[in-house]
Write a protein that binds this ligand. Sequence first.
Ligand SMILES: Nc1ncnc2c1ncn2[C@@H]1O[C@H](COP(=O)(O)OP(=O)(O)OP(=O)(O)O)[C@@H](O)[C@H]1O
Length: 579
Amino acid sequence: MRKLPPLIGDVRRLALPYFRSEERAVALGLLGAVVALELAWVYATVLLNEWNVAFYNAIQDKDLAAFRTQLLVFCAIAAGAIVVAVYQIYLKQWLVIRWRRWLTQRYLGAWLADDVHYRLRLKGDVADNPDQRISEDVELFVSRTISVGVGLLGATVSLVSFSVILWGLSGPLALSLFGHEVSIPGYLFFAALIYSAAGTLLAHVIGRPLVRLNFEQQRYEADFRVDLVRVREHGEQIALLAGGPAEERRLSDRFARVWGNFFGIMRAQKRLTWFTAGYNQISSIFPYVVVAPRYFSGGIQLGQLMQTGSAFGSVQGAFSFFVSSYVELAEWAAVVQRLTGFERAMAAARASEPAFAAAAGAGGALALSGLDVRLPSGAALMEVDGVSIAAGERVLITGPSGAGKSTLLRAIAGIWPHGSGEIARHSHHRLLVMPQKPYVPVGRLDAALTYPEPARTFARGEQEAALGAVGLPDLALRLDEEAQWPHELSLGEQQRLAFARALLQAPDVLLLDEATSALDEMAEADLYALLKARLPEATVISIGHRSTLVPLHDRVLHLHGLEAPRSLRPAGPPMLQSA
Ligand SMILES: Nc1ncnc2c1ncn2[C@@H]1O[C@H](COP(=O)(O)OP(=O)(O)OP(=O)(O)O)[C@@H](O)[C@H]1O
């Protein structure tokens, strides 16, 4: 297991915000109730321990009346314990689901705000599989923190209560050491302590690899699941390429890591179970072996033997909380580590300074000066200086494949975090990016059309008119329909849908990244003419390889140079001819 102080520090950082949040009254109320019920449970076990004396002495004395009375006492204690058990589980689950809801919303907010999800992806492996961290790890963290926390509290209270009882029951142990008479008071307590401490130490040594193995297991499971989802999403392309066998090989390789690591877990858990199972078996008999001499010498009766045995078992059980919960603790430590890493990565992504300084510009105008755009690796990609684009101007950017045209649009859109320089634009102007493959969410068509605004933002008539204008009049009749639109609509139809979205949202700046690549040249010209007619004020920056795009724009900028870093300058006449 990890070193305890950092683990406790991480748990505090992850857990405290909920108990200080706007939900703190309910959270603390539920936590208080769960703790109170745990204490009530310990109290019931103390009562049962005392009941042992009267019950077993009644058996030893063949006292039927006392035996019957004690059966009734038992029923009363057991009834109370049953109520406590039922409500403790119920209230614990209540606390788990509320806490999980709060933490999930917090993580969703942090992950989706300020493009953190995208920046994390660009950074690569810093926080793998955020989906798994938000869904599974949050649930595991919340439920394990409550069960470990409450378990630890119960074990501590039980330890104190039964230690007092055991100390009282245990007479001093007289020993003769090197000719000196030594008397050890409360020797049964010390016997329980030594037995449990030895068990805890051994469990820790044997079970330590489980933390790392559990950490890896959660990661491999998530990687495998993500790959399965990708096959489902790209089913058509895979079928067209007859890629089934290739996917099967890849998925089998992925799964090999899942089961390979699981074998590691099985081996580690087997080693630990050899120890814990043996330890638990010995624990059930060990107290009686320790107390038996006093019983057989007539020092105590059967009732006291049973009470002492049970008190010894409780003290030793409380001390051994660590041994019995080692696997659970190991999983919990792994989850704490994963969530802490996720929070840190999100905070770092959010805190990273924007690469390109935003300067004030006017209207839909843009000015790019001293831009040095880089790759995540730090390698220089392109340089852009002294490029001004007037409001309402239409500019085409050309350049060889891989030159960095899309990356430049990402930088202008404000989501590319690598590089330096200044991008001047009006702080309130609205910008819409239309990529080659538009994002079309699954669900109702009107929501897909108006994304990311809610469908109700635009009147139904406006939505129908926009679809009609871009050549999709049939879809205007299906606005209420829910479907897998990304699979149902052709790429050309999706690109038309993106134009309809632009007409509705009427942005000040439009960035078109090969947004008409799936359409024929006539349809492309019609859609550009539509933009000019409906959004005459909008600044348009397009990327494309087709020469037919040139007359649809006022100016062409080209990424010059044979290799990176290329520079963006006006395209010369030869370029225009070859473009
Ligand atoms: N997230 C990323 N991580 C690492 N490299 C990237 C990333 N995104 C882009 N690149 C690299 O940056 C370079 C420019 O890519 P970009 O997509 O901007 O080119 P492009 O000019 O738009 O190409 P095309 O015309 O083929 O669409 C490429 O070499 C690409 O591999």
